[in-house]
Design a protein around this ligand. Structure first.
Ligand code: SF4
Length: 470
């Protein structure tokens, strides 16, 4: 149960048949992306260039109530977005999709990722008297496209011009009056894929969306590729080139759903491999292996398979906690108790290996060890299916500062003592690429190694988010 905040999830559909109810398909598809963001959700629909939208805070049923969604005009295209951001989303304006009017009509846009040159771009736009409604990256990209469109013959040209100025990690989906467009950052840090639902094209963050729709996965969108869908079909442009690629390894560890395939590697398979490697690197005698749900489950199965120790359910997660409860931060210990419970009959009197995906601040791990001990576990051995998370991520929505990361200044022994486990073991950094060895991209592992794939020296997430909205 990672303490790293989720990403965002993006979705876009271009309808090519008369049967598809585009609003309903977008709404239902967002459920398959809910794990990527629970702070807010939104839908924008394009009916012959006239765009209507609705977005609000909360998980999908709360953010997108039936009475609001039914007011959206059905149309030819739609965008959907689920958002997580620990800093931005205090303002409604930061929810997505962002729908704006510009010289060529309306433009709707949403993204997953984070720009590392946000300040530079915003300062530049400010000098041109830009008026911002939000303090998010999405509006910056929308502005750049609108500006570029004045001098560009086509929307494609304008988007290419705009994204050439972006640095960082992004998967963007947008609608012009007549086109659905998806762009992935040149290093492929954030995932983006293409599929079909009937004759309609879909661009989204994860392949599990196609399964939930009853559609088909076509392929991952390549790093630096722009995909355009219009009345004439699908068009692809390799609009940016990078000497290196750097897919976020945390997609395999935590962000993506286990039933997704990210850049050719099934996420469940990657997690099971991590568990097997963990069993080889940190063996221990115990009665059972259990998982911290949900992201520890596949790794725990891998650990149990490799070690021969029986897999058992030791912790139960409450699936029914919405935003209102999540916002009760003052009572975070109570929140953790409500979120997780130990299965007493499963762990009582036993030596338990508990597998989690990662440790950031350490508070959740400490709580989990307490839960298992209070339920009667004789020994608790914690194993983490990723390396020590020592460095902040500047390429996601997460804003956890370095000083809050327990591994930034503590050894394994010190962390073990803090969380109260009998033993603790992390997956080695060297073995990380092994978990997704079929992937044809290289990886970003900066949160573990400190080696960022892009310059992050001018990126201060805290400064960024404390910037006043003007
Ligand atoms: S720093 Fe970590 S979480 Fe951030 S993009 Fe890189 S691998 Fe992913």
């Amino acid at each position: 149960m990672s303490e790293l905040h989720d990403e965002c999830g993006v979705f876009g559909i271009y309808k090519n048949d008369s049967d598809t109810d585009i609003v309903e398909e977008t709404y239902l598809s967002l459920y398959a992306l809910q794990h990527r963001g629970q702070i807010g959700a939104g839908i924008a629909v394009n009916n012959n260039g006239n765009m209507t939208h609705y977005k609000d805070f909360g998980m999908i049923p709360e953010a997108l109530p039936e009475k609001e969604i039914s007011r959206l005009e059905n149309g030819k295209m739609a965008l959907g977005h689920v958002k997580y951001s620990s800093g931005e989303a205090v303002d409604h304006e930061n929810l997505a999709p962002l729908v704006m009017r510009y010289i060529k009509g309306q433009l709707a846009i949403c993204m997953n990722g984070a720009l590392t040159n946000y300040h530079e771009l915003r300062d530049d736009l400010n000098k041109g008297a830009a008026i911002f409604q939000s303090n998010g990256d999405t509006e910056i990209i929308a502005y750049l496209i609108a500006r570029a469109r004045i001098k560009s013959a086509t929307i494609e040209e304008a988007v290419m011009n705009a994204v050439s100025r972006l640095k960082g990690a992004y998967a963007v989906v947008m609608m012009s009056p007549s086109k659905l467009i998806g762009v992935r950052d040149p290093m492929g840090i954030r995932p983006l894929c293409l599929g079909k639902f009937g004759d309609s094209y879909v661009i989204t963050s994860e392949s599990c969306v196609f399964d939930s729709m009853g559609g088909e996965f076509i392929r991952d969108i390549a790093p630096g590729e722009m995909v355009v869908v219009d009345g004439e079909g699908l068009h692809s442009y390799q609009c940016m080139k990078s000497e290196k690629t750097a897919l976020c390894l945390f997609e395999y560890v935590y962000f993506s759903r286990p039933d997704s395939i990210v850049d050719g590697v099934p996420v469940a398979k990657a997690r099971q491999r991590a568990g097997k490697l963990l069993a080889k690197q940190h063996p221990v005698d115990a009665d059972i292996v259990c998982a911290v749900p949900d992201c520890g489950i596949e790794a725990a199965i891998g650990y149990a398979t490799e070690s021969g120790i029986r897999y058992a359910t030791g912790l139960i997660k409450n699936m029914y906690i919405g935003r209102a409860f999540n916002n009760r931060k003052k009572n975070s210990e109570y929140l953790m108790r409500i979120k997780l419970n130990a299965l007493k009959h499963s762990v009582e009197g036993k030596s338990v290996i508990v597998i989690d995906d990662s440790i950031l601040k350490g508070k959740t791990s400490k709580h989990i060890v307490d839960l298992l001990r209070n339920a009667g576990a004789r020994e608790v051995h914690m194993r983490i299916a990723s390396p020590m998370f020592r460095n902040p991520c500047y390429l996601t929505s997460d804003t956890t500062p370095k000083e809050d990361l327990i591994a930034s200044d503590k050894s394994v022994e010190e962390i073990c003592k803090y969380i109260g486990a009998d033993t603790l073991g992390f997956l080695s950094v060297e073995s990380l690429p092994e978990i997704a060895k079929e992937c044809n991209l290289d990886f970003c592992d900066a949160c573990f190694t400190g080696k960022y794939p892009v310059d992050v020296s001018n990126t201060s997430r805290e400064d960024k988010y404390s910037q006043k909205i003007k």
